[in-house]
Design a protein around this ligand. Sequence first.
Ligand SMILES: [Zn+2]
Length: 166
Amino acid sequence: MTYAINFEANNAKFQKEGFPGKQPLPPSKHVTIVSCMDARIDVHKALGVGIGEAHLIQNAGGRSAEALRSVVISQQLLGTKEVHVIHHTDCGMLTFSNADIRSKIEKDLGTSAANVAGAIDFLPFADLDKSVREDVKFLKDSPLVLDVPIHGWVYQIEDGKIRKVK
Ligand SMILES: [Zn+2]
């Protein structure tokens, strides 16, 4: 059985004790946050952002290239006016290369899967601050992204502190 066996009981408790009530669709603070999917980061708590206040786009590494589709929808259809990119220390994306993951895919899933993976950039990175700067630049340079404030941050897994990347 998977962990999902707990979902219905947990959800019943949430409905009673944690559900914040019906909220308007557009984020009330007009903010979009792109961050890593790392299970150790609670972006809402770490930044003091409440439910209904910001769009939270999470993927492996918090990479802008993968988040672009959602950023555009967030801005064009739901009125957000600033973007924050947050990467973090001890990120899994610092631990492998495209070649590494492609060879693992070949081992696990076979050659045809590896060929498909060969066309995918998994967007790993070797330098944390540089990856943040690259992702801010990627959004600033995109013709699809509004000319709004776009900032980069590093979240420190070790102590929960954030710092701005210049
Ligand atoms: Zn990460």
